[in-house]
Design a binder for this molecule. Structure first.
Ligand SMILES: CCCCCCCCCCCCC[C@H](O)CC(=O)SCCNC(=O)CCNC(=O)[C@H](O)C(C)(C)COP(=O)(O)OP(=O)(O)OC[C@H]1O[C@@H](n2cnc3c(N)ncnc32)[C@H](O)[C@@H]1OP(=O)(O)O
Length: 258
């Protein structure tokens, strides 16, 4: 299968599985990814998602450049595919946190997929770039908007206009990723982080993702009001009572998501 999904202790691990093509996204992988994100969003047992690539060379080399674009493919169909591509990435925008373990090349749609995630970790051999300009087009999965919001605009424009890749050290320095690990240490570190998030209050975890993502698009005063509104909604949850009770009793809280 071009996409493997395994769920353990509330963590859905999604692996892009076309290592022979540097995990490039073809039509079948696109459909399987849509299914995976729908499962993440709808399965109440899943609290966190972790996405990575099979093999040791690439997270994802972007859309499959070898997909023959049938001449009869109309502009409407292209737009539909492009919209579905967007949905593939914005569809990741579930209110459950997604960790991206960038285990190698993340190029074009591969970097756009990583940019759609909430936490990005990279291996020391990773290289990240948006190569679309070299193919006579522009990023079609949100890269022109998410990259300048993740790194300084000058670096974003340099990457977008040259198609150049940056290495893991530069990605860490610019804040594009939050940690860099050895290739062997990347997935264990990502899994440990995912498990720690999965053990936290699920309502609070999802609220934090929502308040941050939606608040960043608001004026500060409105965003602070939004935080207060969500904070107030969590005050009377069983999880908040359990969190305080567990602390007083010196034990690990058992959150039920209500
Ligand atoms: C139905 C198709 C569309 C589905 C889209 C679904 C949504 C996707 C998410 C949104 C995407 C929006 C659109 C996006 O903005 C546009 C793009 O992503 S354009 C693609 C940009 N990517 C690239 O330009 C990367 C091209 N590849 C490379 O530069 C290099 O291969 C590499 C990644 C740096 C790796 O180099 P090496 O390690 O040296 O390996 P090779 O080059 O020898 O490659 C090994 C093998 O893999 C094949 N391959 C690599 N990349 C792709 C690719 N993108 N598409 C298809 N095949 C790829 C390569 O041809 C080799 O194959 P082999 O010769 O061994 O048969």
């Amino acid at each position: 299968m071009p996409v493997d999904v395994s769920v353990t202790d509330g963590v859905a691990e999604i692996t892009l599985n076309r290592p022979e093509a540097r995990n490039a996204i073809d039509a079948e992988m696109r459909e399987r990814l849509h299914e995976a994100w729908r499962r993440v969003g709808s399965d109440p047992e899943i609290r966190v998602a972790l996405v990575t690539g099979a093999g040791t060379k690439a997270f994802c080399a972007g859309a499959d450049l070898k997909r023959t674009m049938p001449p009869q493919e109309s502009f409407a169909q292209l737009t539909f595919n492009s919209t579905r591509s967007q949905h593939l990435l914005t569809g990741m925008n579930t209110d459950k946190p997604i960790i991206c373990a960038i285990n190698g090349y993340a190029i074009g749609g591969g970097l756009e997929m990583a940019l759609a995630c909430d936490i990005r970790l990279a291996s020391t051999n990773a290289e990240l770039g948006l190569a679309e300009v070299r193919h006579g087009t522009i990023p079609g999965g949100g890269g022109t908007q998410h990259l300048p919001r993740a790194v300084p605009q000058s670096l974003a424009m340099q990457m977008l206009l040259t198609g150049d890749r940056i290495n893991a050290a530069k990605a860490l320095e610019s804040g594009l990723v939050s940690e860099v690990e050895t290739p062997e240490g990347l997935l264990p570190r990502a899994r440990e982080m995912a498990n720690r998030i999965a053990r936290n209050g699920p309502l609070a975890v999802r609220a934090i993702k929502r308040v941050v993502r939606e608040g960043m698009a608001m004026p500060l005063a409105s965003a602070l009001q939004f935080e207060q509104f969500v904070w107030g909604n969590l005050r009377d949850t069983e999880d908040r009572v359990e969190g305080r009770r567990a602390f007083a009793e010196g034990r690990v809280p058992q959150f039920k998501g209500r």
